[in-house]
Write a protein that binds this ligand. Structure first.
Ligand SMILES: [Zn+2]
Length: 105
C-alpha cells in the first residue's frame, strides 16, 4: 500500500494490538481509519473515510488495510512486542500466566 492516508481515532481503536481475520497468530497495531481525497479535498483539505482501517504488524511498518469487523482486540500479555506473534513471550514482559510455548521465563 503506497500513499496511504489515515485518520487516528483513539476512541474507536483503544486496543494496544489486535488480531485480524485471515492472519492467525499475528498481532497488529491499528493506526486509524483509512481516508482518501474526494472532489472537494482540493479546497476543503478534508478527506473522506473509506470504511477501512489501516494498521501494521507489531514489529514491522508495512501498512495493511482491514475491515473493522475483522479485528479483535488483544490483551497485552497475549502477544510479543518484539516479533508480533500471538503466544510468544520472549519480549521480557512479566506475564501473569505462562504461555504454552514460552520457554525458560
Ligand atoms: Zn516474540
Amino acid at each position: 500500500m503506497r500513499n496511504v492516508h489515515y485518520e487516528a481515532d483513539d476512541k474507536a481503536w483503544q486496543g494496544d494490538a489486535y488480531t485480524a481475520r485471515g492472519w492467525a497468530g499475528i498481532a497488529w497495531r491499528v493506526l486509524g481509519w483509512e481516508t482518501e481525497p474526494d472532489e472537494d479535498t482540493e479546497w476543503s483539505g478534508q478527506e473522506q473515510r473509506t470504511g477501512f482501517v489501516v494498521g501494521h504488524m507489531v514489529g514491522d511498518d508495512a501498512l495493511h488495510r482491514f475491515e473493522p469487523a475483522d479485528l479483535t482486540v488483544l490483551d497485552r500479555e497475549e502477544y510479543c512486542s518484539v516479533c508480533g506473534q500471538v503466544g510468544c513471550a520472549h519480549d521480557g514482559l512479566a506475564r501473569r500466566f505462562k504461555l504454552d510455548n514460552a520457554e525458560n521465563l
